[in-house]
Design a binder for this molecule. Structure first.
Ligand code: ADP
Length: 230
């Protein structure tokens, strides 16, 4: 079970004009199994925060502790190991390999980490309601179906943390809602924690909690109306 605690996290990117403060002393606790939307205007630091939690790069100041692991203290090899084992990353664009079928695209993610397990890949596609599409190539799938294959590929190694950056950004409303329902189903089955960066109010409100960022700071943190039943 994963708990996450960010304490005084800042991120400054050096630029020709002296640097950009993408995050300014962000503190945040996320409980195991929680689903959290990170929302706010473009440029407020959402993707930066997700990237720090994914240990794609270290914070400039502060600490991010996932279970007992302090990400700020890890070297590049340890960060890569944490990403490989504990994190599942879902992006707006799936970048599936066009010459592999859906099930092969999912299985290759396992093969790269541990070892190939086509049965596990197929079972996960079934959970994502893609059983009949498992042997199709990406260009024989709809955008929503491709995104579900992308989700399967991101979580087939059973990560404790699922991090999604605008996962429904290229989908229409109906397809977005269905994709999120299935992502939540997979999250629950894995007992994972889910953090989603999104511009979409409806998507954000479908999660347990909303964290609002502005100019690199947390300016709001509320249980969603769905979670409180209001
Ligand atoms: P959001 O995801 O909310 O749109 P980002 O986290 O992408 O915001 O960016 C926050 C701020 O940091 C922006 O001003 C952006 O231009 C800047 N930024 C992000 N990544 C870099 C980088 N690699 N180098 C320089 N500035 C960056």
């Amino acid at each position: 079970m994963t708990t996450l605690r960010a304490e005084g996290v800042s991120k400054r990117y050096p630029t020709a004009r002296g640097g950009v403060d993408a995050l300014r002393s962000v503190s945040l606790g996320i409980a195991s199994g929680e689903s959290v939307a990170i929302v706010g205007p473009s440029g407020c630091g959402k993707s930066t925060l997700l990237g720090l939690i994914a240990a794609l790069e270290p914070p400039t100041r502060g600490s991010i502790v996932v279970d007992d692991l302090d990400l700020a203290g890890l070297d590049e090899a340890a960060r890569a190991r944490y990403r490989r084992e504990a994190v599942g990353l879902v992006f707006q664009s799936t970048n599936l390999l066009p010459f592999l079928t859906a099930v092969e695209n999912v299985d290759v993610a396992l093969a790269l980490r541990t070892q190939s397990d086509p049965a596990a890949a197929r079972a996960l596609l079934e959970t994502l309601e893609l059983a009949e599409h498992a042997d199709r190539l990406p260009d024989q799938l709809s955008g929503g179906q491709r995104q579900r294959v992308g989700i399967a590929r991101a979580v087939v190694h059973r990560p404790r943390l699922i991090l999604a950056d605008e996962p429904t950004g290229e989908l229409d409303t109906t397809s977005s809602a269905r994709t999120m329902d299935l992502l939540r189903r997979v999250q629950r089955e894995l007992g994972a924690t889910l953090i989603v960066v999104t511009h979409d109010e409806g998507i954000a409100r479908s999660l347990d909690r909303l964290v609002y960022l502005r100019d690199g700071r947390v300016v709001g943190d509320t249980a969603s109306t769905r979670a409180t039943g209001v």
